[in-house]
Each structure stands twice: as structure tokens, then as C-alpha cells.
Design a protein around this ligand. Structure first.
Ligand code: GDP
Ligand code: MG
Length: 441
């Protein structure tokens, strides 16, 4: 799997430092293979890989994740971003009816989708009208009627037996009918061909010009793979569309078509269709699709857990050190950095209960102050951080020089640290942690 390959590609990199260019290049090769295996179109893979490289190079190596996990995390975040971040909703017309037109190749799932969408909208309290504008295939109208019956939605179709009807006229009449019969949404099912051809495009464009849809949805089979780009481009240029629906996601396609279509056309993916039944239909979820394309849903769950577990473990360690009085300056620094990650210190202090009464003590503790503390501790040797008692006068002036602060500030820090440690020990005793004195009198 991709995660195994990444892990071996990044074996020599351990938990500290930055991701190097060589590491990122090795990783990029593996991700490229994974994307191609997921049927993402080649030019899209290239663009995407370049983006990933830029973001990953020089990224700090996280302590919670191994480098392979970390790169996967970055790739996943980028994928989710490209796939659309948040799910977009259907644009409804200010003056009903809202007209939704479906376009796509034959067999992509338009007629099935028409039924699904109609039922979905009906459940939300709309009164949709399905419109049969595929008059090419003999059975197309009947198929829509069957679907409409299952969905419990009315179907507008030309009278049978008058030869091949005019889909543009049907579309026009359907909107008039919707107005007079109080349908607030019109869903226009159109004809498709097995391949893209001009006549089909012209017909779809004529229907579009006649009814001016609020949404034109390009319906695309997720199994189409590499052809997704050329098909999407043809429909973009021939008809134009405002959104995309991916179908047949219940199949074994990894879903690379989603990334290809999205990247090439920029149109949002609104829905996912995943089965033949009317219920097999959902809003499109970029995060689910990203993990499907990467083929590693489990790995992503693991990454989330690792990040949470790491913080928890760190917090528990810190708590036990505090209660036994073993806290070192190194721990002090770690804690401060952890707190910093959560946002400006002022916000955090404001959330503490009792912060109001402690205004004076808290005055002057701002991000700038923390920066200076950090600089001072960084200027100490590991031995000094672990055992602050040894920090005598000459060490203090050396540290002050090295960190660009006054000796007074070093003194202040060391004193505060000892005070804090003593206070922690006393508090731990009072609260019954670490076996100190009992608080009862
Ligand atoms: P159209 O030619 O674009 O109108 O496509 P249809 O709606 O007629 O669908 C073509 C075939 O694909 C039919 O057999 C559908 O039952 C099937 N189909 C449509 N959507 C899905 C889907 O999401 N999953 C699966 N498994 N089959 C689907
Ligand atoms: Mg059809």
C-alpha cells in the first residue's frame, strides 16, 4: 500500500528536524504512483504533485507523527481542499421554478440521478417535476416514468406516438406546466451518446438556451477514469455546467475522476451516487473522497489518533512530573511551547477561572515575554535545564549574553521557576496527588 511504500521511502528520517528535499522527492514518487493507480488523469497528477512538493519541503517534522504519516496528512489536506472543502448546496431560483438540467454521456446515470434528486428534494418539502427530454432512445421516456413512479414524483413527457418529439419544445412546455401546476423545481433529463458528439452537445445547448437552468449538473461515472478530463472539457465547452455529480461510487473505482474533473473545470461536486436504488445518494463529502483516492482511510484515522494520543501522553507526563517536583526547565519550555500552539497567550489567560482577580500577577505575561523566556532557556545547556540548581552567577551572565537579555531577566526566570515548582508541589499535596501532605486541618 501507499503507506508501506512511504514508510520505507522515509526510513532514514527520524522525529526531529525538517523534511528534506530528497525525502519529499522520494515521497512524491510514491504519491504519484498512488494517484495514477486511483485513475487521476496524468496532467492533474503533475500539477498536484508540484503543489504537494512546495508545501512539504521544509515542513517541520511533527513529534506525534512519523514522516510518512506526516506527508500523508499534507497530501490528504491538499486533496480535500481541491475537492472542494465544504459541500456546496443547490442554487435555488428566487422566482420558482428552479430549473435543473442534467447532462452527461449515455449510461453515466442521468435518468437514475433524476429520480434520486427528485426524491431527495421531495423529502425536503419541494414539489419537483421530472421532464423527459431524452427522446433519442426508444425506452428513455418509459425509464424516466418508472423512476418517477418509484420516487412518487410526476413526470412530464411528450404524448406517445407522434414520431420523434422535439426535446426543446418539451423542455419549454414543462416549465410553463410547472408554473401553472405549482411545481417549484423542474429536473430536465437529457439524451446522451456513448461518446461526445456535436449533435448531442447542440441539443443540450439548445435546451439550455430555451429554459436557462439555474443549475446544469454534469453527471459523470466514477469508473470513467482517465477519460474524465476530456469528457469534462467537452461538456464544459459544449454546454457548460455549474456543478458535478459523481455516479457509481459503489463500484471499485478509486475515484480519481473526481479530482480530475474538479481540477480541470473548477466546478464543485455536489452529489455522489452510489447504487441503483433511489436511496443510494448523498451529498458529496470531499474528506471521504480524499481518503478513497489515497486508498488509506485507516491510515488517516490512525494519524488523527496519534496526534490526539501524543498530546494526552505529554499532558499526563507533565502532570506527574509537576506533582513529584521533578519538573525541569526543559519541561517548562515544552509546556510553554505547547501552550503557544493554542493561540495568543492573552486569550488563554482570559479563559482561566479567577483570571479577573489575578490581573496584577498576569500583567506583563504576553507573547513577547514568553518569547524572551524561550530564548533564555534555549541559551542554557541541557544539564542546566535538567538541573537548574547548578545555574550560578557565572552561568547566569553567560546565558544572558548568549540569549541577548539582561542578567536580571535570567535571575527572574530562575526564581520564578523555583517558586512555581514549589507551588506545584504544595498544590499537588493539597489535591491528594503524588502523596504530599493532606489538606485537612
Ligand atoms: P443515463 O443514460 O445517463 O440516463 O444513465 P442511466 O440512469 O440510465 O444509468 C445507466 C445504468 O447505470 C443503469 O443500469 C443504472 O441502473 C446504472 N446506475 C446509475 N447510477 C448508478 C450508481 O450510482 N451505481 C450503480 N451501481 N449503477 C448505477
Ligand atoms: Mg437516461
Amino acid at each position: 500500500t501507499l503507506s508501506d511504500r512511504l514508510t520505507s521511502a522515509l526510513q532514514n528520517l527520524r522525529g526531529k528536524g525538517k523534511l528534506t528535499d530528497a525525502d519529499v522527492d522520494a515521497t512524491a514518487r510514491e504519491i504519484r504512483i498512488a494517484l495514477l493507480e486511483a485513475d487521476v488523469a496524468l496532467p492533474v497528477v503533475r500539477t498536484f504533485i508540484n503543489q504537494i512538493k512546495q508545501r512539504a519541503k521544509g515542513a517541520e517534522v511533527s513529534q506525534a507523527l512519523n514522516p510518512a504519516q506526516q506527508v500523508i496528512k499534507i497530501v490528504n489536506e491538499e486533496l480535500v481542499g481541491i475537492l472542494g472543502g465544504e459541500t456546496r448546496r443547490l442554487n435555488l431560483a428566487k422566482n420558482p421554478p428552479t430549473v435543473i438540467m442534467l447532462a452527461g454521456l449515455q449510461g453515466s446515470g442521468k435518468t437514475t440521478l433524476a429520480g434520486k434528486l427528485a426524491m431527495h428534494l421531495k423529502k425536503q418539502g419541494h414539489a419537483p417535476l421530472l421532464v423527459a427530454c431524452d427522446l433519442q432512445r426508444p425506452n428513455a421516456v418509459t425509464q424516466l416514468q418508472v423512476v418517477g413512479e418509484r420516487a412518487g414524483v410526476r413526470v412530464f413527457a411528450p404524448e406517445p406516438g407522434n414520431g420523434v418529439g422535439d426535446p426543446v419544445a418539451v423542455a419549454r412546455d414543462s416549465v410553463a406546466e410547472a408554473r401553472s401546476a405549482q411545481h417549484d423545481v423542474v429536473i430536465v433529463d437529457t439524451a446522451g451518446r456513448l461518446g461526445v458528439d456535436e449533435e448531442m452537445m447542440r441539443q443540450a445547448a439548445d435546451i439550455r438556451d430555451e429554459v436557462e437552468p439555474n443549475e446544469t449538473l454534469f453527471v459523470v461515472d466514477a469508473m470513467i477514469g482517465q477519460d474524465a478530463v476530456s469528457t469534462a472539457e467537452a461538456f464544459r465547452d459544449g454546454v457548460g455546467f455549474t456543478g458535478v455529480v459523481l455516479t457509481k461510487l459503489d463500484g471499485d473505482a478509486r475515484g480519481g475522476a473526481a479530482l480530475s474533473v474538479r481540477e480541470v473545470t473548477g466546478a464543485p461536486i455536489l452529489y455522489a451516487s452510489n447504487g441503483e436504488k433511489l436511496e443510494d445518494f448523498d451529498a458529496f463529502h470531499p474528506d471521504r473522497m480524499a481518503s478513497r483516492i489515497l486508498g488509506m482511510g485507516d491510515m488517516l484515522t490512525l494519524i488523527e489518533q496519534a496526534e490526539q494520543a501524543f498530546d494526552q501522553e505529554q499532558a499526563e507526563q507533565a502532570a506527574s512530573k509537576l506533582s513529584t517536583g521533578e519538573m525541569t526547565l526543559e519541561d517548562f519550555l515544552d509546556q510553554m511551547l505547547a501552550v503557544r500552539k493554542m493561540g495568543p497567550i492573552g486569550n488563554l489567560l482570559g479563559m482561566l477561572p479567577g483570571a479577573g482577580q489575578m490581573k496584577d500577577q498576569l500583567a506583563g505575561i504576553d507573547d513577547n515575554y514568553l518569547d524572551r523566556l524561550q530564548a533564555i532557556i534555549r541559551g542554557m545547556t541541557p544539564e542546566e535545564r535538567a538541573n537548574p540548581k547548578i545555574i550560578n552567577g557565572s552561568r547566569r551572565s553567560r546565558i544572558a549574553n548568549g540569549s541577548g537579555v539582561q542578567v536580571r531577566e535570567v535571575n527572574d526566570l530562575v526564581n520564578r521557576f523555583f517558586e512555581a515548582r514549589k507551588m506545584m508541589q504544595q498544590m499537588a499535596g493539597q489535591f491528594g496527588m503524588g502523596g504530599g501532605k493532606s489538606a485537612t486541618k
